[in-house]
Write a protein that binds this ligand. Structure first.
Ligand code: TRP
Length: 419
């Protein structure tokens, strides 16, 4: 099973169903829906990620890989990697091979700026990118796809462009290093970079309408902007799209931390890369951040109670968690003491897995809650006490950012690396 839905002979693949997907639909099994625009699961524990690894043809992030990363960086691994929040990868071993040989790679991630209401889940790729940037001492490029949101949402170009700047502040507040990071708005950068545009054309020439229909489900009545957009998300995978950072080198691969829903873009990119003599990007995939109401429901920027936003006050955080966080506890104290809580579906516990770095404390909480010794109210209080300072700290960092700093991050310039 290859890792792509494209037919490398150049024949249209027709549709994106892998053999496993076809098998499953023949057997009538319930399939989770996972693509850049839609994520749906029928189970209370959310999407079945092991099945997704098989379907997408990626690899599980296993203990062996985690140990190898620790050995290479000589630092303890980030808790989101250790706890399976980043659970799947493509070619991470290859990236580690390169590091061991003293060869470079760079980080690439992004965000579609459709709203200034960013929530906790939106930060995950940037938190891990910052950590990887520190651990490996490598450049990071961050794409703000204002053009994408213009095409997909009912927003004006001026609005999405402005949102790029607003979102860039939240991204910078995650602690990315100004000497190692380039953040760009597509509307700004693509118009100014011959090299980026040239790579878009190279990619576009390799992918047929049939193939993007198969991979992304585009139809005859989708506007042509959508149909060619995948080349724009693919282009930053190639180092020579950023001549101010990498010069004309094409041999430096990207490592992309992203939600698994973005994988279709990069399956396409990995198929195209060798055909235009470029490096395939490597990937680290994360699971989906659950809504407060539970892993089965969808988080939405328009429902303020579905998640914790970066603009929430301490009081809002407390009220939301207490009122809306789905509980895996029992309905009465007596029952809870007797039966214990279910951490797998309990959102307060699940959020702690993302944001409580201390392993021992988290394990202690898990034991106490599942044995019934700890009640839901107590668990929620721990979450409130964990999240409030994280959000407050984020807000302080964001307000301290001046315009010049944001503009520097967003200016095409050499970074501290020489290639
Ligand atoms: N399409 C992504 C979104 O809507 C944004 C994005 C662009 C991205 N490039 C990326 C996400 C690279 C992850 C990795 O959010």
């Amino acid at each position: 099973m290859g890792d792509t839905n494209l037919d490398s002979t150049g024949e249209p693949a027709g549709n994106a169903l892998t053999d496993q997907m076809k098998d499953a639909s023949i057997k009538g099994e319930e399939e989770d829906i996972v693509n850049p625009w839609n994520v749906q699961s029928t189970s209370a524990t959310g999407v079945d990620y092991d099945k997704l690894i098989k379907r997408f043809g990626s690899s599980k992030i296993d203990d062996l890989l985690l140990q190898r990363i620790e050995k290479v960086i000589r630092k303890p691994i980030h808790h989101m990697l250790k706890r399976g929040i980043f659970f799947s990868h493509r070619d991470m071993h290859h990236i580690l091979d390169l590091v061991e040989q003293g060869k470079p790679f760079f980080l690439y991630t992004g965000r579609g700026p459709s709203s200034d209401a960013m929530h906790l889940g939106h930060l995950l790729p940037f938190i891990i990118t910052k950590w990887l940037q520190d651990a490996f001492d490598v450049p990071a490029v961050i794409q703000l796809t204002d053009d994408e949101k213009f095409l997909w949402k009912d927003l004006k170009l001026e609005q999405v462009h402005q949102l790029s700047y607003e979102n860039a502040k939240d991204i910078i507040a995650c602690g990315l290093d100004i000497n190692k990071t380039f953040i760009f708005s597509n509307l700004d950068y693509i118009g100014s970079s011959r090299e980026f545009y040239a790579n878009m054309k190279r990619i576009e020439k390799c992918v047929t309408f049939n193939q993007v229909k198969g991979i992304f489900g585009f139809g005859d009545s989708d506007c042509i902007g959508k149909i060619s957009f995948p080349a724009i998300q693919a282009a930053p995978c190639f180092s020579n799209s950023f001549p101010h950072i990498f010069g004309s080198r094409t041999d430096i691969p990207a490592l992309i931390p992203c939600g698994i829903d973005q994988d279709p873009y990069f399956r396409m990119t990995r198929d195209v890369a060798p055909r235009i003599n470029y490096q395939k990007p490597a990937l680290l995939h994360s699971i989906f951040f659950p809504a407060l109401q539970g892993a089965q429901t969808k988080m939405s920027s328009s429902d303020p109670n579905s998640s914790i936003f970066l603009t929430d006050t301490p009081k809002q955080i407390k009220t939301k968690i207490n009122k809306h966080a789905f509980s895996g506890g029992q309905s009465t104290v007596e029952e809870h003491r007797a039966l214990g809580g279910n951490c797998d579906i309990d959102i307060a516990y699940q959020y702690l897995r993302y944001f409580m770095a201390d392993d021992l404390r988290l394990e202690e909480i898990r034991k106490q809650y599942s044995s019934g010794e700890m009640l839901t109210g107590e668990l929620k209080k721990i979450l409130v006490d964990t999240i409030q300072p994280i959000i407050a700290n984020h807000q302080t960092k964001r307000t301290q950012l001046d315009k010049e700093t944001v503009m520097s991050f967003m200016t095409p310039r050499p970074l501290k690396f020489r290639f």
